[in-house]
Design a protein around this ligand. Structure first.
Ligand code: NDP
Length: 346
């Protein structure tokens, strides 16, 4: 079968509208549906496929089992001029961040820096959608998220850490921001699941099976096994720091404390997220974004193939003219998920 027969192309707004229907049909408020559908469609459009539409059944399972509250109204508290605490009240992390937008802007304006600590929250997506918009406004944004224990510490045999992603976004003069967004495990758990779907082996040193023995079998990693951290003991130490910043400093749960309990099938880890947003021009009289652009040029001149974030921006541009490629079957599954569940109140 050719790609043309297998694939259908949808524009960003069409896909977002369909995903919004899925969220609303499965119990979220319209506002939460707006935020999550834009996030998920953006991942699919940018080719961040480990957090695109493939995640929708996981969102739905978490909502249907009552594990996450799709109607939660976050509580935002400015505890100092530059420290905002948010209780997501068992809702998703992205609407919690959105609820603090005004308080964040005020803190940046007044002090040039803000720490945002989100607890009692579920983060199930990529981090770049959280940080890239700040860099587009000339700000530096850094984020840390912990998750569900599925990563072994260096030299260990039992999962303690989540895949604990970190993201950094920096403004670049006359260009797209640099966005580094990565798991602190060898790869994201979503990548392991994508490998499992097509029975593709993982890279060497990716993980361990349920007995703690090294494996490249994605099924063994998912079935009681775990991933390794990236970069040996150094990556393991970074994962530890993410765990403390996102899980402990925020007042959230540590990854190993997650327990789905009676919510069988739920998939969104309940954890924490820490963001630090900085106005870089408070640090120097020389324009930061111009200095950053100069450094990026130096990297490319030195032979670096591309900058972090560039792959996504290319996909985004292509999707603007060609549409977002989706498999017919995936689209049919989304339409099915958008049909109102009989287990939910009308
Ligand atoms: P990747 O290893 O694919 O990419 C990590 C970063 O490196 C990206 O910024 C990427 O840019 C950049 N990059 C990749 N290749 C190159 C290259 N050749 N030259 C320069 N830069 C490069 O990411 P991961 O698999 O570690 O993570 C995937 C996603 O999973 C992330 O978005 C992360 O936030 C998410 N995640 C979410 C979790 C959660 O609990 N919510 C848990 C774990 C992960 P580019 O994007 O342009 O390719």
């Amino acid at each position: 079968m050719t790609d043309q027969q297998r694939l259908v192309r949808k524009d960003f707004d069409e896909l977002t509208a369909l995903l919004k229907d899925v969220f609303i049909s499965n119990g979220t408020s319209a506002l939460v549906a707006d935020i999550l559908s834009t996030n998920c469609a953006g991942c699919e459009r940018d080719g961040a496929l480990s957090h695109g539409i493939f995640r929708m059944p996981g969102y739905v399972a978490s909502l249907k089992t009552g594990w996450v509250d799709g109607q939660a109204e976050p509580g935002v508290e400015a505890v100092s001029p530059s420290f905002i605490r948010i209780d997501a009240r068992n809702g998703f992390a992205q609407p919690a961040l959105a609820a603090a937008a005004g308080a964040i802007d005020e803190a940046i304006e007044r002090t040039g820096v803000v720490v945002v600590a989100i607890r009692n929250s579920h983060h199930f997506s990529a981090l770049w959608p959280d940080v890239e918009p700040f860099a587009r406004r000339g700000l530096v944004a850094i984020s840390f998220v912990n998750g569900l224990a599925n990563v072994v510490p260096h030299g260990g045999h039992t999962a303690v850490f989540g895949t604990n992603p970190i993201a950094f976004a920096m403004p670049i003069a006359e260009g797209d921001p640099i966005v580094v967004d990565q798991a602190t495990s060898v790869m994201a758990n979503g990548e392991v699941r994508l490998h499992a779907l097509v029975n593709r082996p993982l890279p060497p040193d990716a993980g361990v099976d349920s007995s703690g023995a090294a494996t490249t079998d994605p099924h063994a990693v998912l079935d009681g096994g775990a991933l390794n951290t990236f970069g040996g003991y150094k990556g393991s130490s970074i994962a530890l720091m993410v765990e403390l910043l996102a899980g402990a400093l925020t007042g959230g749960q540590l990854s190993f404390e997650n327990d789905f309990g009676h919510c069988v099938g739920a998939q969104t880890p309940k954890a924490g997220q820490l963001l630090i947003i900085i106005d870089p021009d408070r640090g120097s009289s020389t324009c930061f974004s111009q200095r950053a652009a100069m450094l990026c040029k130096q990297l490319i001149d030195a032979g670096q193939e591309r900058l972090p974030g560039e792959r996504r921006y290319k996909n985004r541009k292509a999707a603007q003219t060609l549409g977002i490629p989706l498999e017919h079957e995936a689209l049919a599954n989304l339409r099915h998920l958008a049909t109102r569940s009989p287990t939910l109140a009308p």
